[in-house]
Design a protein around this ligand. Structure first.
Ligand code: SF4
Length: 307
């Protein structure tokens, strides 16, 4: 089911500007605007947006509008923007309650969250959110390499990434982690792949979602690339990095390249489909070695997107 947005757009409804691709059919609900961190050097998503928490009454009004238009059709809800977990727990629970009361067929409520926030938020608060129906968290790992995490100013160490993932999973959340291929550039792709796999192995998230780095104008990493301080990796390097990542993974996660930035469509349940995905990578490496035209096409696809 695709949830029509036309009715909402004609009213005073506020939309989160970004959502995971897997939430394409969800009701989108904005409880905050922007990113309370806003420092990651590869990210340009909310650079012009001052962070604010929307007043609860405003959010409840949006829920009432959506209820009037789509009551029985809403099965999944995505809550934006970039880290809804910074919201006061009491207020968040009130919003979740209103959602479940308004839409009787809800199966999933999802939000982005930062690992550091999950580490800092009292377990009791996270449990209350889970019990109130927040069921899945999407978290940016990007890399498990300590040096790179520091370089990109992610604001969390590999240890904190592991702690956040284990804590959220133990409470019951479905945990979805994002990995940014290419972040190590031409010089550090091996460390990036190995250390990322190591952190993922320690968490064993439900989903591993890969994205491929395209430095965006307005992001510090774009400037670093222009000044020659960062060497964007070639398609071959990205594929080798992905291969090494997959080879090193020992998890039971769903592996998904559900984003247009990725070079090849790798989807599969680990560990069962690991070998098949590795064969696909090897095949792609052979093909682009022999076919310059295809290599050019693959390269061009990377530039079709904004992360
Ligand atoms: S990647 Fe996420 S946490 Fe980092 S600045 Fe962008 S929105 Fe904020």
């Amino acid at each position: 089911m695709t949830l029509g947005r036309f009715g909402l757009r004609r009213r005073n409804y506020d939309f989160p500007p970004y959502r995971p691709p897997s939430e394409a059919n969800s009701l989108l609900l904005r409880v905050t605007r922007g990113c309370p961190w806003n420092r990651c050097t590869f990210c340009s998503m909310y650079k012009g947006q001052k962070f604010e928490i929307r007043p609860a009454e405003e959010v409840l009004e949006d829920i009432a509008i959506a209820k009037e238009l789509y009551r029985d059709r809403v099965k999944t809800v995505f809550i934006g923007d970039s880290n809804s977990l910074v919201m006061n727990t009491e207020t968040f629970v009130r919003i979740l309650k209103a959602l479940y009361e308004s839409f009787p067929h809800i199966e999933r409520v999802t939000s982005y969250g930062r690992a550091k926030t999950i580490v800092r938020k009292p377990e009791e608060d996270l449990k209350r959110l889970f019990q109130a129906g927040l069921s899945r968290l999407h978290v940016g790992l990007e890399t498990g390499n300590k040096f790179l995490l520091h370089e990109i100013q992610k604001g969390a160490t590999p240890e904190e990434m592991i702690e956040a993932g284990r804590k959220a999973k133990q409470i019951g959340f479905e945990y979805s982690l994002y990995v940014l291929l290419g972040l190590g550039g031409e010089d550090r792709w091996r460390e990036h792949a190995r250390d990322t796999a190591e952190v993922l192995n320690r968490i064993d998230p439900h989903f591993i979602r890969i994205r491929t780095l395209i430095p965006q104008p307005q992001s510090p990493l774009f400037e670093a690339m222009r000044e020659g301080r960062f060497r964007l990796p070639s398609p071959e390097t990205i594929l080798k990095e992905t291969r090494l990542l997959l080879e090193t993974l020992e998890v039971t996660s769903q592996f998904l390249s559900d984003h247009i930035s990725n070079l090849i469509p790798l989807y599969g349940k680990l560990p069962d489909e690991k070998e098949r995905m590795i064969r696909m990578i090897d095949e792609s490496l052979r093909t682009i070695e022999e076919d310059d035209h295809l290599r050019g096409e693959i390269e061009a696809r990377r530039h079709l997107t904004h992360l």
